[in-house]
Write a new protein. Structure first.
Length: 262
């Protein structure tokens, strides 16, 4: 099933890369800044079609809604294009995400960046890989020597829980905060040791499914902002190399407290 996910993610990535420089039909969804293009839909159709052909009994949960719940113990979690805003603007940070879960347990995940031909793949208990290279999280032990990433939710203009409080408290303590715009790549980069930590609020299952397993299989730690072990349904996610996890949680918490006192 991992081989199938890798082949399918590569095919969807090829489709997205072929269309990247064409004109895109852009619509908004939950808010004016939550976008979908014709390429998201085409990528999803390709992936869902292949899953239906290969694993007709499996359930499918996709961002653009063409999946189906059918009572199967196995569910494919699909983000046909993570980083849609980047894709639509020609900013070269986006990926295809596929993961397979059995009930609440992610069994395997793939995050494919077609522009760099970087394929991040993981299987529970078998490690995390970038192409053929085994991944290991970084060794930075303090926030002061770290590079971290975050993201801001699509309802940030109207919801006071917009991550600006945590951002303000983390930013002065680290070497840099990146906002790459593709959550799946942020987590893959933590697994690869390119980032030391990442946090975000209100992710969807297709955003975190592959990335959370990549990070733990590369030796990192994934919790929510309160430090609870990661599980589906939590409303925030913090992924680090483990060494600076507590320090990052503390800085995020200070930001949340300051925000709620405003
Ligand atoms: C979004 C990106 C972004 C993150 C958002 C996600 P999409 O996914 O991963 O970096 O901040 O929370 O929804 O909409 O481009 O698939
Ligand atoms: Ca996404
Ligand atoms: Ca998406």
């Amino acid at each position: 099933m991992l081989d199938f996910a890798i082949e399918t993610a590569r095919a969807a990535g090829q489709l997205l890369r072929d269309r990247y420089h064409e004109h895109h039909v852009i619509r908004s969804k939950s808010s004016p800044v939550d976008l979908v293009t014709e390429a998201d839909v085409a990528s999803e159709q390709l992936i869902v079609g292949r899953i239906r052909q290969q694993f007709p009994d499996h359930a499918i949960l996709t961002e653009e809604g063409s999946g189906q719940a059918n009572g199967s113990a196995y569910t494919w979690l699909i983000d046909p294009l993570d980083g849609t805003t980047n894709y639509a603007h020609g900013y070269p940070v986006w990926a295809v995400v596929m993961a397979l879960a059995q009930a609440d347990t992610v069994l395997l995940g793939v995050t494919y960046d077609p522009l760099r031909d970087e394929l991040f793949a993981t299987q529970r208990g078998a490690g995390a890989f970038l192409n053929d290279r085994r991944l290991r999280v970084s060794t930075a032990a303090r926030l002061g020597e770290s590079l971290v990433a975050t993201g801001f939710p699509y309802d940030r203009a109207t919801n006071p829980q917009n991550n600006l409080g945590p951002f303000n408290h983390v930013m002065p303590r680290v070497r840099g905060v990146r906002r790459g715009g593709a959550a799946a790549l942020d987590m893959a980069y933590v697994a690869a040791g390119r980032l030391d930590g990442y946090w975000e609020f209100r992710l969807n299952p297709w955003d975190w499914a592959a990335g959370s397993l990549l990070v733990t299989e590369a030796g990192g730690t994934v919790t929510d902002v309160a430090g609870a072990s990661w599980r589906p349904g939590l409303s925030s996610l913090v992924a680090t190399n483990g060494l600076l996890h507590a320090e990052l949680l503390g800085a995020i918490d200070q930001g949340l407290q300051a925000k709620s006192n405003q």
